[in-house]
Design a protein around this ligand. Structure first.
Ligand SMILES: NC(=O)c1ccc[n+]([C@@H]2O[C@H](COP(=O)([O-])OP(=O)(O)OC[C@H]3O[C@@H](n4cnc5c(N)ncnc54)[C@H](O)[C@@H]3O)[C@@H](O)[C@H]2O)c1
Length: 426
């Protein structure tokens, strides 16, 4: 199969490595496309010879000249829909980075394009593929705790990972849909998948509590500039990002910023930020289950805790990743641990051994790449097949419903955002 990639930033590197490495015997990377000529050329150099490089305005020409079978979309989120629809209309299959898109109108436009195209859409919900997470899906599907009635789900981003969403394009609602869409799309997809159900309504709240001018004042950083480069308080700021100190960031972003003004190190305390850093949602599912969900983006650690309450017992899973002690310093991994405990009513709690894994995102990325790029080489498990347009739409719709609920204070029905019959043909 012939592949093209649009959006040659950080995430696209995983696909270039896969297509020019372990999957090169069955696929060919034929073209790259980006609005930034420096990143585009850098990507072409890294991809090796024979790969076409096209500026963003020549995307259609790229499709015509290089005739890809599959287009991988890895641009900023608000640009996904344009490329997904153009690729579908050219008859290509699409692999779209999460989130599928960031607003309700483009959800509809994508489903219409899907219905009129022979192409398919796969969304890169890599979090599903970490063995610890798919094990949860298996336990619940096997009825380990009976019917799932309620879920408590907490996700923590530490002050290194979390802060990064406040430094660049994600920080504006119109670019990312807020963390409700950009980040929670993973978590809402996990809930849909774990529960094997669809969300019906969402009520929630949100605030920006930490990445604020007030926090800068509290830390004695009130004289901060618009970005870390050239900032008067850089040496005192525990969050300062030094693009020049990291060879990859330097080449990919600092050296490219003259071409488009994309600054990778904007100040995380900027009053112009429009996204929230603390989110809570109460989600009702078609199955009858109800989930309470919390995200914080300035936590003392990376991790998640989820408890499923079922008619026959409870399932607890937790993963404590790295500890971001403060700002840019992380302690060693000694506190990292993961556990899954099954507690059936009338039985002692039982630790469920978690399969060993390797690779990014808890071992998820290599498994996801297998199901995306060589599904015939993977175990034939229908629930592991790459997520489709419907899955992409459902998790985005949950995030959009949360955005709406935060601004109106009302419970929002998912049917106000998308309709089940949109997927009849998809
Ligand atoms: N699945 C995951 O775990 C995961 C992890 C990281 C990022 N992502 C997703 O990958 C996507 C890219 O994220 P990133 O971190 O690589 O961002 P990035 O900013 O590093 O890269 C985005 C690239 O898109 C290019 N671009 C901007 N406007 C464009 C246009 N009009 N046409 C073509 N190219 C354009 C930029 O120049 C840049 O090279 C996002 O949707 C993000 O949500 C997913």
């Amino acid at each position: 199969m012939r592949y093209a990639i649009v959006g040659c930033g950080s995430r696209h590197e995983m696909f270039v490595r896969a297509l020019t490495g372990p999957f090169a015997d069955r696929h060919q990377l034929v073209a790259l496309c980006d609005s930034n000529p420096v990143r585009l050329n850098m990507s072409r150099r890294n991809a090796g010879g024979g790969v076409g490089a096209y500026p963003a305005q020549d995307f259609a020409r790229m499709l015509g000249e290089t005739t890809p079978d599959v287009v991988i979309v890895a641009t900023p989120d608000h640009l996904h829909a344009t490329y997904v629809i153009a690729a579908l209309d050219a008859g290509c299959d699409v692999i779209c980075e999460k989130p599928l898109t960031v607003d309700a109108a483009s959800l509809r436009a994508i489903t219409l394009a899907q219905a009129r195209s022979r192409g398919t859409v796969k969304v890169t919900f890599n979090y599903r593929y970490a063995p610890a997470r798919s094990q949860i899906r298996d336990l619940l599907a096997d009825g380990a705790i009976g019917q799932v009635v309620a879920v408590n789900f907490r996700w923590q981003l530490d002050r290194i990972h979390g802060a990064d969403y406040f430094r660049r394009w994600h920080r504006q609602m119109e670019n990312s849909g807020g963390l409700q869409v950009h980040k929670c799309t993973h978590h809402f997809d996990l809930l849909n998948w774990w529960l094997d159900s669809a969300p019906q309504s969402v009520a929630g709240s949100g605030q920006r509590a930490f990445y604020t001018p007030q926090t800068a004042e509290r830390y004695g950083l009130a004289q901060h500039g618009k970005r870390c480069t050239g900032c008067a308080v850089k040496l005192d700021c525990p969050f300062a990002l030094d693009l020049g100190a990291d060879a990859r960031l330097d080449a990919m972003y600092r050296a490219a910023e003259g071409a488009d003004g994309y600054h990778r190190d904007l100040c995380i305390f900027d009053p112009e930020i429009t996204i929230e850093d603390t989110l809570q949602a109460h989600i009702r599912y078609a199955s009858g289950a109800v989930a309470n969900y919390t995200l914080s983006a300035y936590a003392p650690q990376e991790g998640l805790q989820v408890t499923f309450i079922g008619t026959e017992g409870e399932l607890h899973h937790q993963h404590t990743e790295l500890h971001g002690i403060f700002g840019g310093t992380r302690s060693a991994h000694e506190h990292e641990h993961m556990s899954t405990v099954l507690h059936r009513s009338g039985h002692a709690p039982r630790n469920i051994p978690i399969p060993e894994t390797q690779g990014d995102h808890g071992g998820a990325d290599p498994v996801m790449l297998g199901y995306l790029l060589a599904p015939d080489s993977m175990p034939d498990l229908p629930h592991m097949a790459a997520p489709d347009t419907r899955a992409g739409c459902l998790s985005v719709a949950t995030g959009l419903a949360l955005v709406q609920s935060i601004s109106t204070g009302q419970t929002v029905a998912i049917s106000d955002i998308l309709q089940p019959d949109w997927f009849a043909m998809g």
